[in-house]
Design a protein around this ligand. Structure first.
Ligand SMILES: Nc1ncnc2c1ncn2[C@@H]1O[C@H](COP(=O)(O)OP(=O)(O)OP(=O)(O)O)[C@@H](O)[C@H]1O
Length: 310
């Protein structure tokens, strides 16, 4: 599970004065769904294009499946969907895939296998232009799956999809990774993809701000405790959880609450101790920060990309 599929070191792309990608060092491991997350213009597409050998880096290096990007050895094992495939609207989904398969020197049957994989076998003979956006995106994934590549690179695969389409796409990507293939996807929809990514790289202004599991990024578990009197509750919580686990914070209702560094498993002991001390408990609840909140915090402190000095 820890084999490295993609590794970059200081990968940089400069367009004129703009550092579209700024010294990105990332690692994608075998069999994971890796989310490359960031707002529009963060440099996600440019990075992916560098990994596919479509854009030449200004500086830094990248290795894809053990080979330099864009070499036949790397390309043969990578399937990609970057900024929409060019499908023929008047051909069926199946015919479109067959064209792509032939172009790659693959057997026509691989097209049918890919169609089935994305759950489009039943609509494979319909013309592409009659497909819903969700079906078009899935056909794009099918195109990336042709030839059973080890790495699948997808640029914004959930873009423009409605909630049902997004859910289908998520299931499909999880299914692909469960089959042993590695998925590298980009998205600006943090809430949508945090559910399926094993690890994420957070990018803004061309820089990789963090790379880790979603759980680690969101921070450890914590509890919110509202009780009366609060000082007495703080003392009890410190006794049960340790003094470092208790922090007095301003609550969202203008009151003060305690933030406790502890998971839900601590709630029974804590409740018993608070009740035994004769305190009024108003709330004990788990606090989960969304990836979106974490991201906003990170990007608020990240300065915009530096201009290139001449
Ligand atoms: N060929 C190019 N020439 C000049 N500037 C470019 C080129 N390609 C990208 N850029 C710039 O580089 C920056 C990063 O673009 P990129 O498309 O990689 O971002 P992104 O994170 O994929 O965003 P989006 O989701 O909007 O595509 C942007 O400011 C963009 O305008």
């Amino acid at each position: 599970m820890n084999t490295t599929i993609v590794a970059t070191d200081g990968l940089t792309k400069v367009y004129g004065q703009r550092r579209a990608v700024d010294a990105v060092s990332m690692t994608v491991r075998a069999g994971e769904v890796y989310g490359f997350l960031g707002p529009n213009g963060a440099g996600k597409t440019t990075t992916m294009r560098m990994l596919l050998g479509q854009v030449r880096p200004t500086a830094g290096t990248a290795t894809v499946l053990g080979a330099p990007p864009g070499t036949p050895a790397a390309l043969a094992r990578v399937g990609a969907l970057v900024e929409g495939p060019g499908f023929y609207p008047y051909l069926s989904g199946r015919e479109n895939l067959r064209v792509l398969a032939a172009y790659q020197g693959l057997d026509a049957r691989t097209a049918d296998a890919a169609l089935a994989r994305v759950d489009l076998a039943g609509r494979g003979r319909d013309r592409f232009r009659t497909y819903s956006l969700g079906m078009k995106q899935r056909l794009g994934v099918a195109a990336a799956l042709l030839g059973e590549p080890d790495l699948i690179v997808l640029d914004e695969p959930t873009n423009g999809l409605d909630p049902a389409g997004m859910a289908e796409m998520r299931d499909l990507l999880v299914d692909i990774a469960a089959g042993g293939q590695t998925v590298l996807l980009s998205s600006h929809l943090l809430a949508e993809v945090q559910q399926i990514c094993d690890r994420v790289g957070v990018v803004a202004h061309g820089r990789l701000l963090a790379e880790s599991t979603v759980a680690d990024l969101r921070g450890g578990a914590s509890l919110r405790l509202r009780a009366f009197p609060l000082e007495a509750a703080a003392a009890v919580a410190a006794r049960v959880l340790g003094p470092d686990a208790v922090e007095l914070v301003d609550g969202d209702r203008g009151d003060r609450t305690l933030r406790l560094t502890a998971g839900a498993e601590a709630v029974p002991d804590l409740t018993r101790a608070l009740v035994a001390a004769g305190l009024d408990i108003h709330e004990i609840s788990p606090v989960e920060r969304s990836l979106e909140e974490v991201f906003l915090e990170m990007t608020a402190s990240a300065a915009p990309a530096l201009e290139v000095s001449r």
